[in-house]
Write a protein that binds this ligand. Structure first.
Ligand SMILES: C[S@@+](CC[C@H](N)C(=O)[O-])C[C@H]1O[C@@H](n2cnc3c(N)ncnc32)[C@H](O)[C@@H]1O
Length: 285
């Protein structure tokens, strides 16, 4: 079953509850652990790799949006991921961090908002295309990634390696279920094949082999898409058998999307219009 949740309103702690949480022994223990995890990550080879990969985009990002964190108070993996988020914000010199997961409890919200000064908000930063936000989505469901790509059109996201996380689907099934993700995956293939008016299918005379699965031809249509190029960085040190953070960062990869040029998109629309006009003006036989 999918873990994706749509439209869930979180319950926030009241002012009185915030006062109580500030002196709660378990909360204090969680904060101490968070600091220890952050120091541990700070000294790790993994974080050095991350810093290297993020260096080129450092001047371009001014906000971080974290989705699918899980409950940092209730889960060690989520607490490690939160420590990573704090480390990320510190490396990038970013103060504006927004976080959301429908599983957040009042104590999670206290930790995130009152202790770390992040904002816990269901909506993002309210941009049509968020050019300056780095998204961090540790182990996010594919549905969520698809919704994000469609609604906020991110250029930078740290999340599950988009290739590894979709390889259980055939190309056709992926295209059918998660079209935008399939367009993104297709960008990383050796020879991206965009359908254009001059495309033709070569006729092969070779006999078909029996019992061999042949992928149906897929129409990767980028006409209305912002996706231009994809550059991915994977991390060798993110998952080590003996590391304390276990699989908190398994399959993490940085995805940098180069948007399609507006002029290309316009050309596509113009070409479509021209096609339509030609069809209309050509008498049917
Ligand atoms: C596989 S869990 C990952 C949890 C944690 N990051 C980890 O690695 O253990 C996926 C998370 O996505 C969250 N999620 C589902 N729908 C979401 C949404 N619309 N926005 C943000 N997070 C969402 C779930 O509540 C869940 O915590």
């Amino acid at each position: 079953m999918s873990e994706y949740v749509e439209n869930y309103e979180l319950e926030r702690p009241s002012a009185a509850e915030i006062e109580t949480l500030a002196c709660d022994e378990n909360v204090i223990k969680t904060i101490t652990k968070l600091q220890a995890f952050q120091s541990q990550l700070h000294a790790s080879k993994f974080i050095t790799e991350c810093h290297q990969s993020l260096h080129p985009i450092k001047p371009k990002v001014s906000r971080i949006r974290c989705l699918a964190l899980g409950s940092p108070v209730g889960s060690k993996n989520a607490l490690y991921q939160l420590a990573f988020l704090a480390e990320l914000a510190s490396f990038l010199g970013i103060n504006e961090v927004s976080v959301y997961d429908p599983v957040f409890t009042k104590t999670d919200i206290y930790l995130l908002e009152n202790h770390l000064k992040y904002s816990v908000t269901k909506g993002g930063f309210g941009k049509v295309q968020d050019l300056e936000t780095l998204y961090f989505m540790p182990h996010a469901p594919l549905e969520l990634t698809q919704v994000l790509l469609d609604s906020e059109k991110p250029l930078y996201f740290l999340g599950n390696d988009i290739l590894a996380h979709t390889d259980r689907y055939t190309k056709a099934k992926l295209h059918d279920k998660y079209e935008t993700i399939s367009l993104l995956v297709h960008l990383s293939e050796d020879k991206p094949k965009e359908k254009s008016a001059d495309d033709f299918t070569p006729v092969s005379r070779r006999k078909k082999k029996k019992n061999v699965f042949v992928e149906p031809e897929i129409n990767y249509d980028y006409t209305n898409s912002y996706l231009g190029k994809l550059q991915m960085t994977r991390y060798k040190e993110s998952f080590k058998k003996d590391s304390d953070w276990g699989n908190s960062f398994s399959d993490l990869a940085l995805h940098v999307i180069e948007p399609r040029l507006e002029s290309n998109r316009k050309d596509d629309v113009d070409a479509d219009k021209k096609d339509e006009e030609t069809k209309k003006s050509t008498p049917e036989l």
